[in-house]
Design a protein around this ligand. Structure first.
Ligand code: F6P
Length: 535
């Protein structure tokens, strides 16, 4: 067993009951246990980390090869070994101009050419120089994709609502026909553009939705349907085979993983909604975080500190989940986006070499925006028997200066929650509150026990000035690198996703059975359910 792991476990035994609040007897606690880059602040002082523990976590990162593996990834090494691919989504947002090779080829010229094409197309749609076949400007854009071809652009388009200045953007992902049906009901086929986004251009949900969209178009505009289609894919020949005009297919390389793909052509809806200029600001934010991640010492490195906090909580403290709690309504899809980024990357059970993991890998990631979550699941965060490390996000300023009262309330609530989780309320304090309570059908002592909060529940807070395209880029790159560092420490390949295959294969074999074929070879439950669902 690695020495740092052993030391961390010893630390845990020693500090498990230490109140986090007691660490603030050091007046410098906040300064020492927060870090900032490019206006983004990470406060991890409301955790039970102290300097000695943090140094051992940093030693763990170094022993695990985080700096070398980070540098190798940025250099274009085949960090995704099981798929034999480089991992170079960072190149899509890089401002470097020097050659960068993947598979023996400099990738920079292709990235620039692809972005230039994207920009021409997006600006053409936005300004009306590219129109629908009938000559009318496109009023609506529907992105048809799923997973990484949906969650990133969907999350970002919602996050950047104050910057929208183009056609309305819609997203259809689910195999459930309800989604495309409800979406189409809102639209005029004569002014709607569909972007079929699929890295592989084989994903069954996307292909099914795309066929439905084409049928809908054909019924309305007949032979002009192709003029309402564009595609984003790393399999351009398949997109062309589907009937998409060659100049409407936006390709990207296989060294961009699906869940890391919103920085390139998969981000087309973001560019159409907000414009090329804003998209460049978004890329600049991601690039700023890359530069920080590559250059900052580990002790000041935001993604590394976030990852180490995560390792401490999941592996050493044994907390099985973590909650992402944006106090920023426009980040309402961030938790879903991070679920794919984190759980598809690090939900693994063998090392890169195929050996069974000796420790837990990625925790369950979940969450909802505050303050809504406060009125739903925060009860469990405060008084449940499980400890859930919380990750708060909050802006100093909103995009609605005329609604300052709202934003002040939002900030107060965000800070109140992290304070309440840490501070808790003692039984003694609860007894005072319970004194004189006449209504309860239980004793005052019983009531006081219900009103006690154990506290000592950790959280981190990310604070930024305002949710701009630049900040959004920083945030996403920050989380990408956090996931990367954790994956390196666990010794896993964070860039493949074999775990999604089995369900896809079985769905393929079940489809004919759903349509009436005999359910040979299936278990009793599946047979019973097939019978119940027939019709
Ligand atoms: O099923 C998982 C997955 O492969 C994701 O990794 C990916 O983002 C998603 O499906 C969509 O894939 P594609 O872009 O190839 O349609």
């Amino acid at each position: 067993m690695n020495d740092s792991w052993t030391r961390l476990e010893h630390h845990h035994a020693a500090v498990a009951d230490r109140p986090i609040l007691s660490l603030f007897s050091n007046p410098q606690r906040f300064q020492a246990f927060s870090a900032e880059t490019g206006g983004l602040l990470l406060d991890f002082s409301k955790t039970n980390l102290d300097e000695e523990i943090l140094q051992d976590l940093i030693a763990l990162a170094e022993e695990s090869g985080v700096p070398d593996k980070r540098d190798a990834m940025f250099r274009g090494a085949r960090s995704n070994a099981t798929e034999g691919r480089a991992v170079l989504h960072t190149a899509l947002r890089s401002q470097d101009t020097g050659a960068l090779a993947a598979g023996g080829e400099d990738v920079r010229p292709g990235i620039k050419a692809a972005r230039d094409r994207m920009e021409r197309f997006a600006e053409g749609i936005r300004t009306g120089t590219i129109t629908a076949p009938g000559g009318r400007a496109f009023t609506d854009v529907v992105n048809i994709g799923i997973g990484g071809s949906d969650l990133g652009p969907l999350m970002a388009v919602r996050a950047l609502a104050p910057y929208h200045s183009g056609p309305r953007c819609h997203f259809v992902s689910n195999a459930d026909g309800a989604q495309i049906s409800d979406t189409l009901a809102l639209l005029d086929p004569g002014t709607t553009l569909f972007i079929i986004a699929s890295k592989t251009f084989t994903t069954v949900e996307t292909m099914t939705n795309a066929r439905t969209a084409v049928r809908w178009l054909e019924e309305a505009v007949g032979g002009d349907a192709a003029g309402h289609l564009a595609a984003v894919s790393s399999a351009p020949a398949r997109a062309a085979g589907f009937g998409i005009a060659e100049d409407r297919v936006f390709g990207f390389a296989d060294w961009v993983g699906g869940r890391y793909s919103l920085w390139g052509p998969v981000g087309l809806p973001i560019m159409i909604a907000t414009g090329a200029e804003r998209f460049r600001e978004f890329l600049a934010g991601g690039c700023q975080m890359d530069q920080h991640f590559r250059a900052a010492p580990l002790r000041q490195n935001l993604p590394v500190l976030m990852a180490l906090t995560g390792i401490w909580h999941s592996n050493i403290c044994g907390y099985a989940t973590r909650a992402v709690l944006p106090y920023d309504q426009r980040l309402d899809r961030l938790p879903a986006y991070l679920q794919q980024l984190d759980m598809e990357s690090n939900g693994k059970r063998v090392t890169s070499c195929g050996a069974p993991l000796q420790r837990a890998s990625g925790p369950v990631v979940w969450g909802e925006p505050g303050t809504n979550g406060q009125h739903a699941f925060y009860q469990l965060l405060h008084q449940g028997t499980q400890i859930v490390p919380a990750e708060f996000l909050i802006a100093a300023e909103s995009h609605e200066p005329h609604l300052k009262e709202h934003h002040d309330l939002l900030k107060a609530n965000c800070l109140a929650q992290s304070e309440a989780l840490m501070r808790g309320r003692t039984l003694e304090a609860a007894r005072k509150l319970a004194q004189g309570a006449e209504d309860a059908a239980v004793s005052q002592d019983c009531l006081a026990r219900h009103r006690t909060f154990p506290g000592n529940r950790p959280s981190v807070t990310l604070a930024y000035t305002r949710l701009t395209p630049f900040v959004l880029g920083q945030l996403i790159a920050f989380y990408e690198h956090r996931v990367f560092v954790e994956g390196v420490i666990w010794g896993i390949n964070s860039f493949d996703q074999w775990g999604v295959e089995l369900g896809k294969e079985l769905a393929g074999s079940l489809l004919p059975m759903v349509q009436g074929a005999p359910a040979d070879g299936k278990d009793g439950s599946t047979r019973g359910l097939l019978a119940r669902l027939s019709g």
